[in-house]
Design a protein around this ligand. Sequence first.
Ligand SMILES: NC(=O)C1=CN([C@@H]2O[C@H](COP(=O)(O)OP(=O)(O)OC[C@H]3O[C@@H](n4cnc5c(N)ncnc54)[C@H](O)[C@@H]3O)[C@@H](O)[C@H]2O)C=CC1
Ligand SMILES: O=P(O)(O)OC[C@H]1O[C@](O)(CO)[C@@H](O)[C@@H]1O
Length: 544
Amino acid sequence: MVKLTDDYQAKADEFKAAGIAVPQFDQEQMKQATQANPVWVHFGGGNLFRCFHAKIAQDLLNTGKLKSGVIVAETYDGDVPADIYKPYNDRVLQVVMQPDGTLDKTLIASVAEAIYYNKSNPDGWERLKDIFTQPSLQLVTMSITEKGYQLTDINGKLTPAAEADIAGKPDDAVTNMGAIARLLLARYEAGAKPIAMVSTDNFSENGKRYEDGILTIAKGWAKNGTVTQGFIDYLTDPKRVSFPWSMIDRITPNPAQNVADKLKAEGFEDTTIVHTPKHTNIAPFGNTEETHYLVIEDSFPNGRPALENAGVILTDRDTVNDADQMKVTACLNPLHTALAIYGNLLGYTSIASEVENPDLLTLIKYLGYKEDLPVVKDPKIINPKKFLDQLITKRLPNKNIPDTPQRIASDTSQKLPIRYGVTIQHYLDKGPDSVKQLKAIPLILAGWCRYLMALDDKGNAFTPSRDPLLDQLQPYVADIKLGSDADVHAALKPILSNAQIFGHDLYQIGLADQVEADFKKLIAGPGAVAKTLEQFRQDHEKEL
Ligand SMILES: NC(=O)C1=CN([C@@H]2O[C@H](COP(=O)(O)OP(=O)(O)OC[C@H]3O[C@@H](n4cnc5c(N)ncnc54)[C@H](O)[C@@H]3O)[C@@H](O)[C@H]2O)C=CC1
Ligand SMILES: O=P(O)(O)OC[C@H]1O[C@](O)(CO)[C@@H](O)[C@@H]1O
């Protein structure tokens, strides 16, 4: 048996026998080089980072293209650095799950340190500030989930935490945007060296949203006289601080017990999965798929590692945006969210099993090929039709990827405007009546309202995945009973009219009637969800 903290250079043969590829560099030397010249900080050291960004860094370290490693910063979950980085010497086993069931295993040791960056941890609070004053720092990447950028509430008003950050001192910041603006202020005050701030979270125009978040806090500080106009000029000069846009794609489910069991059988010891009180599910290993895309706007004012040598596509902003719109608003994530919603209602716990259901398969194929693909712009660097074909025929059906509708359903309220709202806008752009052509999107949005009832298709209660708006939205549908003659319009109006949730007031654009009509079908009684989806297949499969 080998374990993560073993000396991978001295025990090279044992790692080889266990089928584990090991780093081609000395981790201690890399750590020292990082201390001396930090280059790369990553916020949100969760499963995606460990399986994707950390592997990119490792590939570059292996070939000597990068000398220093990645510094991980956690603003949110202090148990992640404490329980999963430190005890394992900041290493992780990356497990790529091939469709034939084989596991490709690589020991990743590209992380130099993991810091809990939160005011409640004074050491980490000062340590990261110091790192940000270092001229060598070139890039900051992020995978902190969509809600990590949020500064406003359901009505678009600043949250109390954001208001407090703006009113208070940078050193007291509690929001992510405030805490990171504090770091940029430290860099500005230490000589205003350039830096790239790269969001790799899963939403369109992620760089813009990141920039807006930082500027919301910083401009509030400037207004209050807490910082000078010089700081705002620094943040808004892309030659000094850039916020490159990106598109990222790699299905990376939470670590799964069946993968842990397989690893043990193959001679790897560290397989304990940790579920932190803040709901991060993480382990000494990460399980991911083979297919992956990372496209980043090539705007790095302090230079950058040779990311292109590790498979990253560097291009201009328009191309990134087209690739991202293709993936997040059309050819992947809308299909995923449809499976998440209906998977929960129908009692599924596996995405791969869901796509064996012909009714669900028809729904996502209709959504992808008939509604999304016709309005998506071709980014040229990735062919949208081929991407969609690959998703539907290879990636989603891969039974070895232990992905669940429960994971994808988390934070759905945050994802809807991007995953459906952008396509709806494309139809509106064709003419106000064009949205009436849509069939799958209203059925999916109706499914989400049905999901908010937290009753499955048999009428049994289920626990919805975590979502910041659940508490506010569930009461609207709480009194609806399956099979009863509910006043659907009265119940759904406050939800469907909220443009924060859908990107549009669905009444104003003429889509709400269809959503209400679909919702009525879905609550007709136990079994109504399956029946509605079956009917959808019968009505539309001939068009595919
Ligand atoms: N897992 C995947 O397949 C992919 C994920 N992504 C993006 O990466 C994000 C993270 O995914 P995973 O790493 O798989 O999730 P994860 O649950 O493994 O890790 C989430 C990370 O974000 C941190 N976090 C959670 N809430 C936060 C908050 N409010 N503020 C600051 N940090 C917070 C956690 O502490 C943890 O480090 C996703 O939300 C998505 O935007 C993008 C492509 C693929
Ligand atoms: O819905 P989420 O939480 O953004 O996750 C979506 C899933 O699909 C992906 O877009 C695949 O790249 C990943 O973000 C993740 O596996």
